[in-house]
Design a binder for this molecule. Structure first.
Ligand SMILES: *Cc1c(COP(=O)(O)O)cnc(C)c1O
Length: 440
């Protein structure tokens, strides 16, 4: 058959493997503009997910376009492994300037949050001569072997954690099965028994657990954890890949928790859509061994020029403060929907990282079935907004819109979410409609 007769979706199904895709809705793209995605046929859809993070400035932002165009025209293809290039060095300088930390520090560049966390694991193991790590049940640090090995998301139960990893529960204030004190006590007990702390290189922390359910940790928990780890010489790694760079309302999400990380990992929004990640850390760790995290095109001038444009725009447009403001409007709007719909159990987040926890029963807080979440997303798509879900029970609507979202767009988004819930309650979406969009 001539492929021109097929839809993008049909062509996709023939050539791109199902394995590992998260297709939440029938949305197929032919373009993007501002904070909107353009689907096949030309309809514009408000993007409330920022494509899961990279679209931090939306689509076609002139600052990124201009920086990338310039870089593509001159030295695209130049490898940072062989020669320093201006955009990469400038971006590293800028990252060091915006990331708190003392002493000599270095920046490593990669292509994705996954390779950055892989690099962090390897460099920490080599530099500390300790091979164990601590992480959290529900955490997502990436989908390459090293980063998967320190993750605890249910989507990864096909791949075992690295031997020796301790996965702690992440305390969830809405479903307080384990309090902050419980988790700290559990860690102390691990240290006393099966996990001697002098074997532990580092703890990997999501300062706001994203894929595990958009969970804001209880106040003081992460700080207490940092104290415990510091006492034992365990390094603190903060994974800012999804919630960093202004999204939370501050430049770094860990600043809400008063953390002073040893290593900070960036990705997603950093490249504004181009593949780019970074690890920032002390030179005694980062310079530990030459040539052991080499990726030929990492730190390439095109991606790092985009990164420079992203950081410059976040500063010049004051996007962290704007995210706090727009995020509050958006969150308040969603909370107001809670007065109308019992299904909304909790609305939480920081800035423009927002989650809506959907419950079957407000008393027991039992999560809705995943099909219900999927139906709301499907209906949202039909009504003109793109968003996704997260959570170990697939019951949390996730909103990570571009930080450039306007107040009007925030209100538009709230209205669509409300109408989607209304329509799903009225039975306007069937199980069959969402059967192909049940991903995790
Ligand atoms: C998405 C994500 C990663 C992995 O980033 P990729 O770009 O998908 O490799 C790592 N950590 C967190 C917290 C993430 O959300």
């Amino acid at each position: 058959m001539n492929t021109s007769e097929l839809s993008l979706r049909e062509r996709d199904a023939r050539v791109i493997a199902e394995i590992g895709r998260l297709r939440f809705s029938p949305l197929s793209l032919v373009g993007g503009r501002g904070n909107r995605l353009i689907e096949e046929g030309g309809r514009e859809v408000l993007d409330l997910s920022g494509s899961a993070g990279p679209a931090i400035l939306g689509y076609g932002h002139p600052a990124i376009v201009e920086a990338v165009e310039r870089s593509v025209r001159d030295m695209a293809g130049a490898s940072l492994l062989l020669y320093p290039n201006e955009p990469a060095v400038s971006l590293a300088e800028e990252l060091l300037a915006i990331t708190p930390g003392e002493g000599e520090r270095r920046v490593w560049f990669g292509h994705s949050g996954s390779d950055a966390n892989d690099c962090a694991v390897r460099v920490l193991q080599a530099a500390t001569r300790r091979s164990r790590f601590i992480s959290f049940i529900g955490s997502y640090h990436g989908n390459l072997s090293g980063s998967m090995g320190i993750s605890g998301h249910t989507a990864m139960t096909h791949t075992l954690p690295r031997p020796g990893v301790v996965l702690l529960p992440y305390p969830d204030p809405f479903r307080p099965q384990f309090s902050a004190d419980d988790v700290l006590a559990l860690l102390d007990y691990q240290f006393e028994t099966t996990c001697p702390p002098d074997q532990v290189a580092a703890i990997f922390i999501e300062p706001l657990m994203s894929d595990g359910g958009l969970i804001v940790p209880p106040p003081g928990f992460l700080f207490g954890l940092q104290e415990r780890c510091r006492r034992h010489g365990i390094k603190i790694v903060v994974d800012e890949v999804k919630v960093g760079l202004g999204r939370s309302g501050l430049m770094h999400c860990f600043q809400h928790e008063g953390l002073t990380p040893d290593l900070v990992v960036f990705g997603k929004g950093l490249g504004g859509g181009l593949p780019l990640s970074a690890v920032v850390g002390p030179s005694e760790i980062m310079d530990h061994a030459p040539a052991f995290a080499l990726l030929t095109t990492a730190g390439n001038p095109v991606a790092t020029a985009a990164g420079g444009a992203v950081l410059k725009t976040i500063a010049s447009e004051n996007l962290a403060a704007r995210s706090a403001r727009t995020g509050k409007l958006f969150t308040d709007g969603l909370r107001a929907l809670g007065a109308k719909y019992e299904m909304i159990g909790d609305v939480r987040g920081r800035g423009l990282a927002v989650g809506v926890d959907l419950v079957a029963d407000r008393q027991t807080r039992e999560p809705v079935p995943a099909t219900t979440t999927a139906k709301i997303i499907y209906r949202g798509y039909q009504l003109g907004a793109a968003f996704t879900y997260v959570g170990l029970k697939a019951n949390v609507l996730e909103f990570m819109p571009p930080l450039t979202l306007s107040e009007d767009e925030a209100a538009e988004g709230v209205a669509i979410v409300g109408q989607s819930i209304e329509d799903v309650l009225a039975g306007k979406v069937s199980d069959k409609d969402v059967a192909s969009f049940m991903m995790w």
